[in-house]
Design a protein around this ligand. Structure first.
Ligand code: PLP
Length: 368
């Protein structure tokens, strides 16, 4: 038995080529390629509409956006964050001269454990930087309560949660600053791209300066900045892709339901729990491979690969175990994050993945 074509963990969405070409024709008509062009503006307005918030700034990628967000915090300050994330979160904290303080994660949602934040707060704590891992929201209410009590800023790494809602409220409305990534592998993308939502309404002009070298006018450079602007080709892809997002999410939902139905009885395979008050985007399908399964995560990963299925150990290793950080930090203070990271496997999911392929993957895991 075999699968002739490789099934990868993800496959970037592409709209019909003609539609994209049609959209970028205007770039040749007006010769405006970057620096807040008309497509950039159109995209920004459509995003404010879609995300249900104001004060959006667009960036060339999510990481630059996150660095810009963290540049609003006074250098040297401590930032409470999670080690169970993508490299970008921690790098952006450190590259801004801030000190990450790693909090353990919740064993069900895999996001920062809000009940363990308070004990990490010191007089030098300036912010909390949680990550909505796999599209599953953090405990936003508890995090806000703590932040209000200690006057901390909350900057969400919302790279995985475009389009998610909590209690009918857009996820972009929770937190002081919220970063979405529009990278090609995300549920919704603009090839590369990033969004900052400024719920404080005080940082948008800083972000606009930051991403364009700090240039305020032909003869005025107000602050030290970098170049992180979104260009017109990216904006065009984003505008076109936005039309397909709802359909993409519906297809992913069917895949998640198929996986869940097929995997939920298997001993030692732990699945995500979904709640009724959340509107999900189904961005990832993680499983945790525990002892009762009879095979380790790495053995299952290899077995899937032998059958042409390429899952991903995401997030593994933990940030605190990266070779660039292992000497500075330890995973000992975050045992749940360590446990999950050593057993996590995200299975293939993308709109065009057929339910037959999903059944084929389930079958390999079921047989063990
Ligand atoms: C993708 C991602 C980022 C970075 O976004 P880019 O657009 O790729 O720069 C940051 N954090 C998390 C959790 C991500 O998944």
């Amino acid at each position: 038995m075999g699968q002739n074509e490789k099934i990868m963990v993800t496959k970037s969405f592409l709209p019909p080529m003609e539609q994209y070409i049609n959209k970028i024709k205007t770039i040749w008509e007006n010769n405006w390629l970057t620096n807040n062009g008309p497509l950039h503006e159109e995209f920004r307005e459509k995003l404010e509409d879609r995300l249900g918030v104001n004060n959006i700034s667009l960036f060339v990628n999510g990481h630059s956006a996150l660095e810009a967000a963290l540049s609003t915090i006074e250098e040297g300050g401590e930032v409470i964050t999670t080690p169970f994330t993508f490299a970008s979160t921690t790098h952006s904290i450190i590259r801004n001269g801030l000190v990450p303080v790693f909090c353990d994660i919740n064993e069900e949602s895999y996001s920062i454990d809000a009940d363990k934040i308070e004990e990490l707060i010191t007089p030098n704590t300036k912010a909390i930087v949680p990550v909505h891992v796999y599209g599953i929201p953090c405990d936003v209410y508890k995090i806000k309560e703590i932040a209000d009590k200690y006057e901390l800023k909350v900057i969400y790494d919302a790279a995985h949660v475009f389009g998610v809602e909590i209690d009918n409220k857009p996820i972009a409305s929770f937190g002081d600053i919220v970063m979405f990534s529009l990278h090609a592998t995300k549920v919704f993308h603009s090839i590369e791209g990033g969004i900052l939502v400024d719920n404080t309404a005080k940082c948008t002009s800083h972000f606009n300066l930051y991403k364009n070298f700090g240039i305020a006018g032909p003869e005025e450079v107000l602050q030290i900045g970098c170049n992180a602007k979104m260009n017109e080709f990216q904006a065009a892809m984003g505008i076109v892709n936005l039309e397909y997002l709802d359909k993409e999410i519906i297809k992913r939902k069917a895949i998640v339901e198929e996986y869940t139905q097929g995997l939920e009885g298997i001993k030692g395979i732990k699945l995500l729990k979904y709640s009724d008050n959340i509107k999900y985007n189904y961005s990832y399908y993680p499983i945790v491979v525990e002892e009762e399964y009879g095979m380790t995560r790495d053995e299952l990963y290899n077995k899937l690969a032998e059958n042409n299925v390429y899952a991903r150990k995401y997030f593994y290793p933990l940030v605190t175990e990266y070779s660039c950080y292992a000497e500075r930090y330890s995973s000992k203070s975050t045992p749940i994050a360590k446990y999950i990271s050593d057993r996590i496997l995200t299975l293939p999911i993308y709109g065009d993945l057929s339910l037959e392929d999903v059944k084929y993957i389930i079958d390999i895991i079921y047989k063990g």
